[in-house]
Design a protein around this ligand. Structure first.
Ligand SMILES: *Cc1c(COP(=O)(O)O)cnc(C)c1O
Length: 478
């Protein structure tokens, strides 16, 4: 593909060109149907195109996009696994169901909600789950609101003002804690890449509301001290929150509930296969131990004699966090995924995800620096720090030209020139090999000709935009 800018549909617009001809109105127009102040003086400035032009425009755009369906996508922490099409078919079965349908007419959807909640309890070791939150970050906020509600009910909220967050955490963790009204205290990592226990002990006290932790953490390392960590926080009277974005490493093998966690969120769009990356929709169910369950968002689905019902009579609930009952289509996909794999299949998925990550790490550890040189879980972090003049950004741009989505770069923040690689379980060995070859080739190109990578990418419509400007002021209209 050569570099060429793709005009916007506004630039392709031709006056009076139409996609469809609507017959002229042959019934009387009812005057003043809408209040005059709500009406615009002129029609909206929409592009005018034929159906064929619209079709070619969007098909062309989609072919310039990179997704799991057309290439390797080892974006660390995001679990860009292949999405089985069967889940899409099953999700579409529910497309005709109105969210305001009477519970009697929605028994299938209610049963699915109920059963999925039970399955997620089983997978995480929690006692209750709510499917309402729309994504992981929303689940974090919801989970922290449960912790807040608990402390408030015991009259301890004025005292318990702090949420501890390790320095390796995803940026959403401190942001969610601040949104939930807590003060964020950063806990440093130790030399082994895990939480520094002495620093944690020093940070814990009467003012601790809880600790947020990702396990395995963002270096792809399992926190081997997790039981001690949970004890330290519990002894101080705080809760331990599990950021479940990395559950793909441990499904069916280890459960957050057995590691001492009290609250979890899951990213169904990561671990349980839903197309994502374009901004949603996602789903971030929150699970908790029994002593927090009464605070979960209402209404909840209950199983009664005559069938399933929605129960809104929850006096201590934090209330609704999402319209209706969450992003139901994503929940259906996750349900289909869980049932089709079964308990054994979920475990195999995690095992293969961990194997694939270790395979790549071992092939690349000679070429690049490995942030923590010990067996990893489902992902690991490389760095270009050992290669003078080469940046993670250069490598990322070079990978794009080779048809590979770059790893997550410059995260976690505790590793300089970080590249966080997560292959997932859905890639065969030849794809992993091709990635390793591309990584080694890029390093060799740089060493033969420092600066060679500065031109990349050469094959995309846009080369290297000013990244800050592109994020702050995206040019979405021509
Ligand atoms: C993706 C991710 C989140 C946020 O989840 P969203 O679904 O994107 O809101 C939080 N923590 C970690 C570690 C993540 O990878």
């Amino acid at each position: 593909m050569s570099r060429s800018v793709w005009p916007t549909c506004f630039e392709k617009s031709h006056p009076d060109r139409r996609g469809a001809d609507i017959p002229a109105l042959d019934v009387p127009v009812k005057e003043n149907l809408l209040p005059a102040e709500l009406l615009d003086d002129a029609p909206p400035a929409l592009p005018e195109m034929s159906e064929r032009e619209v079709m070619r425009h969007y098909t062309g755009l989609s072919r310039r996009n990179h997704g799991v369906d057309n290439g390797f996508y080892p974006l660390g922490s995001c679990t860009m696994k292949y999405n089985p099409r069967m889940n899409e078919v099953v999700s579409a079965w529910f497309g005709g169901l109105h969210p305001l349908a009477d519970a009697r007419d929605a028994q299938g959807a209610l049963r699915l909600t109920y059963d999925l909640e039970r399955a997620l309890c089983e997978i995480t070791g929690m006692d209750a789950v709510s499917l309402q939150p729309a994504a992981g970050a929303h689940g974090e906020l919801t989970g922290l609101m449960l912790i807040r509600a608990y402390h408030a009910r015991r009259g301890e909220l004025a005292k318990r003002t702090k949420i501890l967050v390790p320095d390796s955490a995803h940026g959403t963790n401190p942001a969610s804690a601040a949104m939930a009204g807590f003060e964020v205290v950063e806990v440093p990592s130790g030399a082994d890449g895990g939480v520094d226990l002495d620093a944690l002990r020093a940070a814990c006290g009467e003012d601790t509301a809880g600790l947020m932790l990702t396990n395995p953490n963002t270096l792809g390392l399992f926190e081997t001290n997790i039981l001690t960590i949970a004890d330290i926080v519990h002894n101080a009277g705080g809760f331990v929150y599990y950021d479940g974005a990395n559950l793909n490493a441990v499904m069916g093998i280890a459960r957050p509930g057995d590691m001492g966690f009290d609250v979890v969120h899951l990213n169904l769009h990561k671990t349980f296969a839903t197309p994502h990356g374009g901004g949603g929709p996602g789903s971030g169910p929150v699970g908790c131990k029994a002593r927090l369950a009464e605070f979960l968002p209402a209404p909840v689905v209950v199983k009664r004699e005559g069938g399933y019902a929605l129960d809104a009579d929850r006096p201590f609930s934090i209330g609704k966090v999402k319209s209706f009952y969450g992003n139901f289509g994503v929940c259906v996909r996750a349900y289909a995924y869980i049932l089709s794999l079964g308990g054994e299949g979920l475990k195999e998925a995690s095992e293969a995800a961990v194997l694939n990550a270790n395979y790549i790490m071992h092939k690349l550890r000679g070429a690049y620096k490995v942030a923590a040189d010990r067996p990893c879980m489902h992902e690991f972090v490389l760095s270009t720090e050992n290669i003078p003049g080469l940046t993670a950004n250069d490598v990322a741009k070079g990978l794009i030209d080779r048809g590979i989505h770059p790893p997550t770069i410059y995260f976690p923040l505790i590793v300089r020139e970080a590249m966080m690689v997560e292959p997932t379980e859905t890639e065969p060995p030849e794809v992993l090999d091709a990635f390793c070859d591309a990584m080694v080739e890029l390093k060799a190109l740089h060493e033969a000709n420092p600066g060679a990578l500065g031109e990349f990418p050469l094959t995309t419509p846009v080369g290297r935009p000013d990244q800050t400007l592109a994020a702050r002021k995206p040019k979405v209209v021509g």
